[in-house]
Design a protein around this ligand. Sequence first.
Ligand SMILES: Cc1cc2nc3c(=O)[nH]c(=O)nc-3n(C[C@H](O)[C@H](O)[C@H](O)COP(=O)(O)O)c2cc1C
Ligand SMILES: O=C(O)C(=O)c1ccccc1
Length: 354
Amino acid sequence: MQPINVHDYEVLAQTQLARPIWDYYQGGSEDEISLRTNRTAFAQLRLRPRVLVDVSNSNLKTSVLNTEIDMPILVAPTAAHSMAHSDGECATIRGADAAGSGMIVSNDASFSMEEIARASQGLRWYQLYIHTLNEAQQLIKRAEAAGYQAIVLTVDTPLLSNRERDKRNAMGNFQKKYYPGAFSGNARHTINGSLDNSERAAYAGHTLTWDTIAWMRTHTSLPIILKGILTAEDATLAVQHQVAGIVVSNHGGRQLDGTIAPIEALPEIVAVAAQHCEIYLDGGIRRGTDILKALALGAQAVLIGRPILWGLTVQGSEGVRHILEILQKELQSAMILAGCPSIKQISRSLIQWT
Ligand SMILES: Cc1cc2nc3c(=O)[nH]c(=O)nc-3n(C[C@H](O)[C@H](O)[C@H](O)COP(=O)(O)O)c2cc1C
Ligand SMILES: O=C(O)C(=O)c1ccccc1
């Protein structure tokens, strides 16, 4: 089968991945209600297209934090790409570059952030999990030195949620046996070999507070983006802590189950924060029309998680590029059909809630 859309890649990827890996990629937490809601919420939004607009000069270029990109689409941070393809994140970032997009590199990548940086000329942001302040400080320094342009702190993971597919598959044992080191590219390439494993194990995510954002600011001049916000209350606090961006996200339905979908949370967050920082969204985006809906409700760009892993599995960097180009083309066609030649013409009036 020649894949022509994101769903085709999903079908192909499943035939190529061992069951524990497939389940780790696809799965959500507990009853996977958030996972499903992320998709159904998009289907419940209806578009109000305009006609007889000159759409002959169609253009998807935009910028995020003053960096130009060819499409309002970025690669979401997802862990352990060597389980999908032997070149791992180095292939992923090459695909993102080739498409004129950019990548948020996971804290738990299979390759070190320096190796991944060397594979790319384009936009790269570093996604941080804070285990200890000492480790975080070193990772931030390394990210600065390797030319990452922003730090994306994930804030929806004070603990890793209950993932029952992974439990049943004994995913941890499977991964250690067949893909040792898939989650620890950074630890294998520390500056002084100074990441201490017992220290990492003392996972301190549950001690993070808003004070941690102030602490981060004293250790970096890079823009700070918070990933995993779903309420206007927290968006207001984020703005008070002078973040450069917010990713409206429920971690692809992989953390707290039963949350509102990010696309449902977006309007209240845009209402309080859009004047002060950039707002991105992820979760369940599989079509150009999904992206159009997110942009209409005020997102500056969207992040794509699982479909990138499907593309990487099926065809390495070319697959990643193809996934991004499929979504780009679908978005372009949706914009033309809705009467929006360029990104800045996309407005809230395109949306009707049902
Ligand atoms: C296999 C997998 C691993 C992930 N790993 C991370 C991670 O290391 N850090 C992070 O902030 N988010 C992680 N996420 C969440 C994604 O960044 C993103 O929020 C989510 O995948 C978006 O939803 P989508 O997959 O429906 O596009 C992961 C998601 C998946 C599917
Ligand atoms: O799977 C995830 O969603 C995730 O964020 C993660 C990252 C590193 C290790 C384990 C899980």
